[in-house]
Design a protein around this ligand. Sequence first.
Ligand code: GDP
Length: 445
Amino acid sequence: MLDNLTQRLAKVVKTLRGQARLTDENISDMLREVRMALLEADVALPVVKDLVARIREKAVGQEVVGSLTPGQALVGVVHDELAALMGGATASLNFATQPPAIVLMAGLQGAGKTTTVGKLAKWLKETQKKKVLTVSCDVYRPAAIEQLRTVTGQAGAEFFPSTPDQKPVDIARAAVEFAKTRYFDVLLVDTAGRLAIDQAMMDEIRALHQAINPIETLFVVDAMLGQDAVNTAKAFKDALPLTGVVLTKLDGDARGGAALSVRHVTGAPLKFAGVGEKLTGLEEFHPQRMASRILGMGDIMGLVEEARRQVDEDQAKEFAQKLKSGKGFDLNDFKTQIAQMRKMGGLSALMDKLPAQFAGAAQQMQGGADDKAIRRIEGIINSMTPAERSKPELIKANRKRRIAAGSGTSVQEVNRLLNQFEQTQKMMKQFSKGGMQKMMRGMKG
Ligand code: GDP
């Protein structure tokens, strides 16, 4: 995900780092790169124009002061503006209502609505301790009702049955009544989608919205749609007062531009990201993290969360603690991380979450063959002694030659890995001193 954007921006960031000062001219050069990167990632042109204009305004202003390089300052500005574009703070579901909190799902057929209802039911039940009821108003496809019944069962929530001969509004009203009398906390209402925007669908969902007055109206959209996601979002936004967006299929090779455009177009915050077909494939959407990830800083917090969920609890705790203290994160940990990451769904997931320095190292080493490259890195680390892994600065030239020979790599590759590790360690220390937010503010001087 977001590979092109990440790589392009990483290049911009690198150029920036070499600059002694920001001038109108080099700002323009860099903004051109940013602009191209965003357009390539399928971000809508008006959104790009807006974003670039805001970055320019802030970059040229008085904020570029202090001992840090102007390049770093501009990275900070780009990060903040990217995050702001995606909504700034993390937005969650609103339950501030007399129960049940009704959540209406809207979106095209195939966007992932039914799957998302199942995921949300699970998330609400397990992490929010809510009593959840689901209902399908898709009377056009009996299979859709069955699908919802199945995922609801898997999520351990309750399902309100409906049949194709009923009217969607009647189904929804009956479900609301049932949820009220049985003291459900949340009612998730799945609806019918069409393959493309059509008037009948819009009329129907508008009628549903009026009938049940949901506290949340979530627009579900497939990140792979690219530019089309924006057009769809516009149509739904015109028909319904959206309160949030769920961006699905972010685990695929979507170029990610949708994440940057949809908020802008709908005015509604991105609340969740779908990252897999399974019911566990749902994440709360964090604009700050997504921005860091786009800039190639790696989704460290996402990594920790995932580690918590899927890997041996103790190891995960230890890792989180090390990240937090900023101390002692060494190549031994990195080695463990690689092994754990294998458990978590393989290398593409890993490459996505690692700081760009490592991902970049892997790619450079083997021309993009991720699996092989990671094995080379692993090989290098394995050829070091545990002491060297915990204090890589101890590794002298003769040991580098031995390590290269032992791992079938070259001294250059060993050096590259060590440099990149050092960079990352620095970043983690920064990070631990008060989070990414503070780090970015720090960059602005
Ligand atoms: P609906 O028509 O909007 O209800 O869409 P579905 O929930 O039936 O999903 C359509 C297809 O997309 C199914 O094959 C889902 O498994 C798949 N899908 C949904 N969400 C995700 C996701 O986050 N990642 C991936 N990879 N597939 C997803």
